[in-house]
Design a protein around this ligand. Sequence first.
Ligand code: ADP
Ligand code: GLC
Length: 495
Amino acid sequence: MTETKTTTTMPEPRRSIAFIGSECYPFVKTGGLGDVMYALPKALTELNCDVKVILPRYSCIPQKYQEKMVYRGSFNMDLCADGRSFYVGIMEYVWDGVVYDFIDNQEFFSNGNPYTNLVDDIPKFCYFSKAALAALNYMDWIPDVIHCHDWQASLVPVLLRTQFADTPIKDAKTIVTIHNLRFQGVYNIDTVRYWTNLPEYIFNKDVLKTGYEDANMLKGGLTYADVITTVSNTYSGEIQTPFFGESLDAHLRYHSGKLRGIVNGIDVIQWNPKEDTKLAAPYDISDVLEQKKANKKALQEELGLEVNEDKFVIGLISRLTDQKGLDLVNEILPSLIDGNTQVVVLGTGDPRYEESFRNFEYQFKGSECSCIMYDEGRAHRIYAGSDALLVPSLFEPCGLTQLIAMRYGTVPIVRETGGLKDTVEPYNQFTNEGNGFTFDRYEAGLLYDAVNRAKTLYFTNRWCWDEMVQRNMAKDVSWEVSAQQYRDLYLELKP
Ligand code: ADP
Ligand code: GLC
């Protein structure tokens, strides 16, 4: 008689996570943080996690979402050193298995933009961090882990271990994720002390204090968090060095035992060229080569460029800031426009770059187009209609545009830094492997060389180019693997 063995699979333990951050697609987004705050919770719900995302209820959130929010309760919360208290309303919206709780307060969140200037933003995010914790207690929803994003939510771990130490939420573990170390929320101690009423010992060099008279909100969060993560492995190493460390490298080296890098993914439903209603000609890997030409022509028509499918179209979709390597682009752009090449820029930001790109459009009418605006639909059409996408960043914690480009069969040209290095494998002409073209030192000549290598392959060996396009579309850029790593981390924190 043979013995039959029955295997019972243990149900995986369910974990509850509160995400706290300052932006989240589709409600409000200024960059990649908004994408991550949307896509990661969604991916986690598929891994047996309960996720609540806590956000400010900015009045700029589109009316169609505001209308669907349901009032969940309200209370008054003490905030300032002189006992000033503020209203906290909770408005809830449940969508795709994720619960979004918006902290409502007109005094703080009535501006048209989530970020204005530090004079307003410091009080705003002191209030928000405390209100988020108070709201969790109020709703009696005590998560296993509170996952805080960037400086705007970094006071949370500090508040949790001080003002909330005797409240129900105290048992939660905390993670601070650094999406961009450049922004830290630094302001004079007196102001931060006033808006937080935190005890004096918190304003020392190991926690909030930086320099002689400033408080650094991110630094405090890094000190008090149980774990620190950042959005790529390479960046987690880079930020421990003076060049990338933004004055916190020593602090990060000190806390390196609890620091790890987990690379971002993208939501492959939100970014799906086959189902993308914003495109002239949706496509997948089977018809990308034909349909990309149709998208290229539609893009050229939309932007007033010479309509010609043989041109090599280079896209650039970016906040126009120093981080993004735009001085290198400015230096080489006139040399790129050689009769075979078109350049399309979409972005807003530093007036210096807005101005220079406007000038290029004027100078190279028909070959260069600079869209100085924020436009989701146009971004989709540029990802689909371009042959290559430039991301020559000075530093890049992760970068999502190169991932979206690959998903859309577009070849990234990137600098080997941060997440760009971790996600784009350089093309190898001998083995015909790789996903894009890369360069290492921050020099215009090297960027120019990388673009020329891309152009050479495109114009002289289209077969290999097309294979790379298809390889990129087949590459896994989803959240699947990374969401699992976050989940493992949550389990590690709360076994
Ligand atoms: P960062 O967060 O540093 O700005 P990322 O590469 O992580 O850079 O994310 C940028 C996100 O913002 C991408 O989803 C990109 O498509 C989008 N984006 C950037 N600029 C614009 C723009 N002008 N219009 C539309 N989308 C934009
Ligand atoms: C930041 C970084 C970017 C990253 C994004 C999402 O804005 O600049 O590199 O992709 O956050 O984590």
